[in-house]
Design a protein around this ligand. Structure first.
Ligand SMILES: Cc1ncc(COP(=O)(O)O)c(C=O)c1O
Length: 396
């Protein structure tokens, strides 16, 4: 029999959508994938070469559970260079993707019944990870009218004596929102005052537009740094989703607990991918900028197109590669025998009628929205927007 722990778990909606799409593709139906959560670029060649070298040189054994010292040193250098922060390798654990670091941190700090505040819309896996660690997710909804900014007053009201942590994500998946320094500073002060941790998922840190910059929460003050665990990884900035390297940086005691857990569950992350990650962090700024500029170009096109369609609107997010239009106007409307009553119906309708795959906002606690990823070629984006426009115009 399956454990209650797993039975209570909701499968990842984004991965389920990919499976549906693969099925249609197998039937020869051309679906445009606006559901993807990964860059559509190839990993830069200098990074690939470092992994090849590692294979050739036989650098294919286990590494320390926390990851190679050289990689952890490179991560420390990055924090110094980008944010002026001082960390040492004992403050860093490298994992098989940021996802594993996130799971590790919840396992390391949450006791059964402790609460973790989750501002929503939020990335699909946070709630499930918190539940796995027997914590209680406390959802706090952010307002679309404010561009989903971090509303610290709302967060303050959800603090109880059981609050152990808050998980935040800026730039945000799915909204693309980039939190302001002022809001993050207020949150930091709240965490210090009420003695809870900030888990700051900054995996989209390099994908920011319009002159905005990532505010690294830990850099706001030494007291806030002592309460913050930063999560990051190679997947989004360096187009390395399949390499599975992420990391966590924070107070040494917590990093040690995460490392102990990781040591017993997966030993250590992939070794050649760790060599490649050193190269990514040290020598890939140019490639990241090329990808960022291309995302920027696509974002502008997609937002202009969406906002030109009647009865659907979308704010201009400052980061990541997602937009999240509000489609609630169409709820209750139908075409032929398909009625759209909610965001899941909308995702299914668009897949069937327009052959475009989007993700239901409900998966991110945003029931009035759908998430569209612009990590796709410009040609596909143009065609996909044409199809979206036609399909929505049929709903009466
Ligand atoms: C907000 C957020 N955090 C973490 C991850 C996980 O990234 P990784 O590939 O490093 O596990 C993702 C991937 O979609 C994400 O969107």
């Amino acid at each position: 029999m399956i454990s209650k722990r797993i039975k209570n778990m909701t499968p990842s909606a984004t991965l389920e959508q990919s499976a549906k799409m693969a099925e249609l593709k197998k039937q020869g139906i051309q679906v445009i994938g606006f559901n993807v959560g990964e860059p559509d670029f190839n990993t830069p060649i200098n990074i690939i070469q470092k992994a090849e070298e590692a294979y050739q040189l036989g650098l294919t054994r286990y590494t320390p559970a926390a990851g190679m010292i050289e990689l952890r040193e490179e991560i420390c250098k990055k924090f110094k260079k980008d944010y002026g922060l001082d960390y040492t390798p004992k403050d860093v654990v490298v994992s098989s993707g940021a996802k594993q670091s996130l799971t590790n941190v919840f396992m390391a700090i949450i006791d059964p019944g402790e609460e973790v505040i989750v501002p929503t819309p939020c990335w699909v896996s946070y709630v499930e990870m918190i539940k796995l660690a027997e914590g209680i997710p406390v959802l706090v909804s952010l307002d679309e009218k404010d561009g989903f900014r971090l509303d610290v007053d709302k967060i303050r009201k959800s603090i109880t004596e059981k609050t152990k942590a808050i998980i935040i994500n800026s730039p945000n998946n799915p909204t693309g929102a980039v939190y302001s320094e002022e809001d993050l500073r207020q949150l930091g002060q709240l965490a210090v005052e009420h003695d809870f941790y900030i888990i700051s998922d900054e995996i989209y840190e390099k994908l920011i537009y319009d002159g905005e910059r990532n505010i690294c929460v830990a850099a706001l003050s030494p007291a806030i740094k002592a309460k913050t665990i930063t999560i990051n990884g190679m997947s989004k900035a360096y187009a390395m989703t399949g390499w599975r390297i992420g990391y966590a940086v924070g107070p040494a005691q917590i990093i040690k607990a995460m490392t102990d857990y990781q040591g017993n569950t997966t030993t250590s992350p992939n070794t050649p991918a760790q060599y490649a990650s050193i190269e990514a962090l040290a020598n890939s700024e140019g490639s990241v900028e090329i990808m960022r500029l291309e995302f920027y170009r696509r974002r502008k096109y997609i937002i202009d197109r969406i906002n030109a369609i009647e009865n659907i609107h979308c704010s201009t997010p400052k980061g990541a590669f997602y937009v999240m239009p509000n489609v609630s106007y169409f709820y209750g409307r139908k075409y032929k025998n398909f009625t759209v009553n909610n965001s899941l119906d909308m995702a299914n309708y668009l897949l069937e009628e327009a052959k475009i795959a989007v993700v239901t906002g409900a998966a991110f606690e945003a029931p009035e929205n759908i998430r569209i990823s612009y990590s796709n070629s410009m040609d596909n984006i143009i065609e996909g927007m044409n199809r979206l426009e036609v399909a929505l115009s049929k709903l009466k």
